[in-house]
Design a binder for this molecule. Structure first.
Ligand code: AMP
Length: 116
């Protein structure tokens, strides 16, 4: 059984982080340490520790994460200029929180690669 992270507490609003989006499958909120003008995290409500742990049963959830990214990018007004979606996996990927999350970053030119 994977150990819960702070993200589960945010999903349940035990830590009152303002939510940008929440439905039955995913939740989105602003990154506490933004690496660009716009930096949002989109996470599954279900605890999936790493991308390696995604199963076929999660395909609807993973698809929903992309739909929410698209919707929030538009709301942020960054969809036309562009943005980057990043998911870090394990140590070499720089993953710090072991509850998968999609970083939506933009609002300024990001260069060829972003280290977050
Ligand atoms: P990663 O390195 O891909 O695991 O990214 C974890 C991200 O979670 C980092 O960008 C952190 O700034 C962010 N983060 C950690 N704790 C919180 C929190 N309580 N609220 C919002 N973002 C957080």
């Amino acid at each position: 059984m994977a150990e819960e992270t702070i993200f589960s507490k945010i999903i349940r609003q035990e830590i009152p982080t303002p939510l940008l989006y929440q439905d039955d499958l995913v939740t989105a909120f602003r990154d506490i340490s933004p690496q660009a003008k716009s930096h949002i995290l989109i996470i599954p409500n279900k605890l999936i520790p790493t991308v390696n742990d995604i199963t076929e049963d999660d395909e609807l959830t993973i698809g929903r994460m992309f739909s929410v990214a698209r919707k929030l990018a538009k709301e942020e007004g960054i969809n036309e200029d562009g943005y980057r979606l990043i998911m870090n996996c394990n140590k070499h990927g720089g993953q710090e929180v072991y509850h998968i999350h999609m970083h939506l970053v933009g609002g300024e030119p990001l260069g060829k690669m972003l280290s977050i």
